[in-house]
Each structure stands twice: as structure tokens, then as C-alpha cells.
Design a binder for this molecule. Sequence first.
Ligand SMILES: [Cu+2]
Length: 222
Amino acid sequence: MWGVAACLPLLSACSGPLSALEPAGPAAASTAFLWWVMLAGATAIFLFVLALVALAFWKPGIGRNVPPKRWLVWGGLAFPGVVLSALLVFALLTGERLLAHPGTPGLYTVEAHPTRWAWRFRYEDGRTSADVLHLPAGRPVDIRVVGSDVIHSFWVPRLGGKIDAIPGHVNTIRLQADRPGAYGGVCAEFCGVGHPAMKFAVAAHEVGDLEDALADLPQEGR
Ligand SMILES: [Cu+2]
């Protein structure tokens, strides 16, 4: 009871515009689920090891009948082998859901151009915005992150995973916002003195409202 009460202030820090533990889309939700599974598993293993240590103090010699080799094989090889293999499969399946598979119906595409130390976004109709990313809610959105000057990293924690911007390359990440709303995004790779301020806002609109939001933005050629 007191342990739960002590944890509440910590858990209250798990929300907010940049919290990956408050997912607002399917990719972020599967990442957050993986995180909770890992936390639960790590906690269970930690408590199990603590229980073994406590047992050793409480009843000295209780494990004497088990040969050391058996402890090593089962506790040091079999147990971590099974746990890590299961985790690997689970993480790979989760990662598969984050990939930008081509041919998805209803897909919307935005280019992200990070430069020291600002974000510029270019939409399908050629309009651009600075430091605000407009998205349609309820639709998968591929962000094509175009690298230019140095390595940056695109990350909207509540909507999906992060992806690096590598100079000379275009990396794509798929996001989806389940509902219209305001979310936060950051550069997640140290890129120089302006890095801490290299943030952007994400505005997810009702599908019909996106055109209105983009209407006043400047239009640029490629
Ligand atoms: Cu940065």
C-alpha cells in the first residue's frame, strides 16, 4: 500500500505532451505496451532474485542440495535465454508494426527538413510550415525525414517512434494520431548548441480541417 503511494508521484511524471507513456496513436501504443511488458518482467525477475537472496539469509544452506552446476545452467543460461528470446520475438513483432509499409490505403505523406536548429515541413500540395507539423487525425502519415547538415532525430513521443535524419539520406517513419489534438515533437539527437530548443509542435486536425489549416501557409517549389 505504502509502496504504491510512494510510486504515485513518480507515475504522475509519465504524462504530458512529450510522454511516450501517454500514447495517442497505434505505433506509440505498441511501443508503450512493450515498455510496460519490459517493466513488469524486469520487476518480477528482480523480486524473484531478491526473494532468493532473502531465502539464503533466512534459511542458510537451503540451496545446498542443488549442485552449483545446476544453478549456473538453469539460472545463468536457460532462464535468461528463454526470457531474452521471448523479448526479442516480442520486440521484433512490435517493431514490425512501426515500419512504413508501402501501399497502405489512406496514406498521407509529409517531408520533414531538419536543419540547425529548426524544423520545416513540406506537404503534398507543396505548402510548407516552420516548427509546426500539421497532420490529418485517424490516417497513417509517413514522415519522410530529409537529412542535410548534421544528424538530427525526428521524434513525436505520443505518436510513434523516432528516426534519424542522416545527411544525404531520406528516412521514413509512420505516425498516426488517433484523435485531433496538439502534441509535441523534439530533435532527439544532439546536434549542436541549439539542440535543446529544437522542438516543434504537432497539430492533428479532423481530416476535413487539414486543408483549411494548410491554406494560409506559403507554397514553395522543391
Ligand atoms: Cu538536435
